[in-house]
Design a protein around this ligand. Structure first.
Ligand code: MOS
Length: 760
């Protein structure tokens, strides 16, 4: 059954910020931003723009009534630049005008003079200059020095990982409506309503209760609206406050691409030590994260990188150092996986390199080192209900790995200019916000006296189907038709202190809160039904298919009737509930604890086919065994898995961000930044649901789904690399992602002489 949101989307009935009916008198704001990556502002001349007919106000930092500060974790990000700019696209002024075209015209009339300063775009260069967001962080377990002494094989290398543009279909934007006194209502396309509320309060010098943030749905986010929806919402709020009129601010695609941060690029050094029977006994890794010009969420993202240094493997001796390097790029930010994918690409690169030099298949080393029940993650958490090996073995069996390998080697033996490569990609992803505080949620449930239900939670619908999951939960508990249930917008006046919809955790946290709210009401209704039926044992009352049963006996009492009767008898038909994930904690001083409620596991087998004349490739198959727990909604979960896999493959293969040395984004349009399209979908994509997986922490034993499957895409890199090696056995891979078609072509012919007359 397709979800209610899907139905609205395909019929064009879904409303996004830009579609909202707006009040008469709404003004339009656009943002004047820095054209250079680093410099002092010597002169800002607004006079010509101000004189343009229809311009209502041009706002600079001087007009801010509160603090010029929107930094969430670290207070290092001004809403509007003051005397210096640190990246191309940094907001400097807000032009508020009667309509959009006037505000855009006025933007062109602003002149600015800079005194340019040196630009740093490279993380390692920033590190050398001592330009760090926070001091380096070190996680460790065991003793790598003595372990390296015992190792039979030691390999060292460097890994480069590119960023990724979110490319949510709906660009950033907000509509703000001023109310009486200083109250304002913000409609924002944000994953974090409370993040916006708090930042707006700070900038406008208001109390949080004066600001209502409402989020109906997002047209995609992928992490890009966890922190970076904030500036635009706060700018629109500032403009609304200063003009006392409604204000709409929507970034166009070019502005969005230029001004917003991406997935963090990383440059990494590692050293790995293995025994002669391929056990990994030591791993030493240093990450250089390219944070961009401000902290944003970089420190939290780097922390997750550290948590996932060993992916699905047990490595007894690890030392991981994380450096968050400040550069002159837009602040990089959350993106599906939140630093985990970068960590996993590094350990997989290390294993691949070791395997290549030793002369075994990487999957031999991978399999030997998989986590087992009771192993300890190097941050101190004991691994429980481990499904790493279960998924791996299931994938080997279900997708007949042996036969597949045989077919590939036969294919490669009989084809000279087309080669296939295979790679296995296991994943292990921790579920919970690594900042334990954020693992809380609440739900507000109303049953109206006609029997229809209204649900509010902190979960933001962004295309991931969380609303449908909430409907599933309530429909299941009350056993009523889904059409009776409505999920309301996420609104800070109905659900306060929301954690952002992020970390794959929204369905878990909000779903668990909703279960409590529903059960509270169900107990109330059962007691009332027992009264009506004049029985004592209310626990024998069952709600089934919109009817009331006493034991097995269907009663003459429908869902509507019990609700109406409860109302008439003055029984509350509302319930509010709170959920906080139990048993999680992490001590940031000793860097040990139990940060995750649980882990999600899985294994992908990926086969690539490379055209060795052109350097082009396709993914022939992606076959996965994934641990969904007991899926709440298999169709939604399958969609999330498939979408994430494609997004992960895109990141590893064709999506290449480019800046020039002056920090200007070159891949600034869809013609220069290529994302997967319908033609990129693997011909054969299968996602198998691991059997017998249950999760005590998820609603109805389900597991989180949003982020983990993205990391299967990492296997695409190695599948392509392995095909290249079939053609050019002596190729020196540089473990630099993405492995674009161009890079593939270069690697195919690296140090290779080829006589085209001779090839078949
Ligand atoms: Mo998500 S990358 O945790 O917003």
């Amino acid at each position: 059954m397709i979800s209610s949101d899907t139905r609205k989307h395909v019929r064009g009935n879904s409303i996004f910020i830009d579609d909202m009916p707006i009040p008469t008198g709404t003004l339009f704001a656009s943002v004047f931003d820095s054209s250079i990556a680093h410099g002092k502002i010597v002169k800002l001349d607004l006079s010509k723009a101000q004189q343009l007919d229809g311009v209502v106000k041009i706002i600079t930092f001087k007009d801010i009534p509160g603090e010029n500060q929107i930094g969430n974790i670290i207070a290092d990000e001004s809403l509007l630049a003051e005397d210096k700019v640190e990246y191309v696209g940094e907001p400097v002024a807000i032009i508020v005008a009667e309509n959009e075209s006037i505000s855009k015209k006025a933007k062109k009339l602003i002149t600015i003079e800079y005194e340019e300063l040196p630009v740093v775009t490279d993380a390692r260069q920033a590190f050398k200059l001592g330009s760090l967001i926070v001091p380096p962080r070190i996680f460790e377990m065991g003793n790598i020095n003595s372990a390296f002494e015992e190792a039979d094989f030691i390999f060292e290398d460097k890994v480069e990982i590119g960023g990724q543009e979110h490319l949510y279909l709906e660009t950033q934007g907000a509509v703000v409506i001023p109310g009486e006194c200083d109250n304002i209502k913000i409609f924002s396309s944000t994953q974090g309503p409370t993040v916006v509320q708090k930042a707006a309060a700070r900038v406008l010098n208001l109390k949080m209760h004066q600001i209502e943030v409402d989020v109906l749905r997002l047209g995609g986010a992928f992490g890009g609206k966890e922190d970076q929806a904030t500036p635009w919402a706060v700018m629109a709020a500032l403009a609304a406050k200063l003009t006392a009129r409604p204000v709409k601010l929507i970034l166009n695609r070019h502005d969005d691409l230029r001004m917003t941060g991406k997935r963090h690029p990383y440059s990494v050094d590692y050293k790995i030590g293995l025994t002669k029977d391929y056990k990994i006994i030591a791993f030493d890794v240093t990450y250089f994260q390219n944070a961009g010009a401000c902290a944003d969420l970089s420190t939290a993202i780097l922390e997750r990188t550290l948590f996932h240094a060993s992916n699905s493997y047990f490595i007894p001796n690890i030392k991981a150092v994380g450096n968050s390097c400040k550069t002159n790029l837009p602040p990089n930010t959350a993106f599906r996986g939140f630093g985990g994918p970068q960590a996993m690409f590094v350990i997989e690169s290390a294993i691949h390199k070791a395997a290549s030099v030793i002369g075994v298949d990487a999957h031999v080393i991978q399999k030997i080192n998989l986590l087992h029940e009771g192993d300890f993650f190097y941050y101190g958490q004991k691994a429980e209900r481990v499904n790493a090996e279960k998924c791996w073995i299931a994938s080997e069996k279900i997708f007949d790995l042996q036969q597949k390998e045989k077919e590939i080697s036969e294919f490669n033996a009989s084809h000279e200019l087309v080669k296939k490569g295979i790679a296995l990609m296991p994943i292990c992803f921790g579920i919970s916000f690594t900042n334990s505080m954020l693992n809380q949620a609440s739900a507000l449930l109303h049953i109206y006296n006609d029997g229809s239900i209204s649900i509010s939670t902190a979960a933001v619908e962004m295309g991931q189907g969380v609303n449908e999951k909430m409907i599933n939960i309530a429909a299941r508990i009350f056993s009523i038709n889904k059409s009776k249930i409505k999920i309301e917008s996420t609104n800070t006046t109905r659900v306060a202190n929301t954690s952002a919809t992020a970390a794959s955790s929204a369905a878990d946290l909000n779903g668990n809160a909703l279960i409590i709210a529903c059960n509270n009401l169900l107990i109330r209704l059962k007691n009332h039904a027992a009264n009506i039926l004049k029985v004592n044992d209310s626990e024998k009352i069952i709600f089934k298919n919109e009817a009331i049963y006493y034991g097995d006996e269907k009663q003459k009492l429908s869902w509507e009737e019990i609700i109406t009767s409860a109302y008439v008898n003055r029984i509350s038909l509302s319930s509010q509930a709170f959920y906080a994930t139990p048993n999680i904690h992490f001590d940031r001083n000793i860097k040990k604890g139990n940060p995750f409620a649980y882990h999600v596991y899985g294994t992908a087998i990926i086969v690539s086919k490379v055209d060795c004349l052109r350097g082009t490739y396709e993914m022939e198959s992606v076959e996965v065994v994934h641990d969904f727990g007991k899926s709440l909604n298999p169709l939604i979960d399958l969609g999330q898995a498939e979408g994430a896999i494609i997004q992960g493959i895109g990141w590893m293969t064709i999506e290449e961000l480019k800046q020039d040395d002056n920090g200007k984004l070159l891949s600034n349009s869809l013609s220069t930044y290529k994302i997967p399209d319908i033609y990129s979908i693997p011909k054969n994509m299968k996602v198998h649901f691991l059997e017998d997986s249950e999760n005590p922490y998820g609603p109805f034993k389900s597991k989180a789904i949003g982020e983990p499957p993205l990391m299967y895409g990492i296997g695409a890199y190695f599948a392509i690399a392995n095909a290249i090696k079939e053609f050019n056995p002596h190729v020196a891979l540089n473990y630099s992602a993405p492995i674009t078609h161009e890079k593939t072509l270069m690697l195919l012919y690296q140090n290779k002489q080829i006589n085209l007359d001779e090839v078949k």
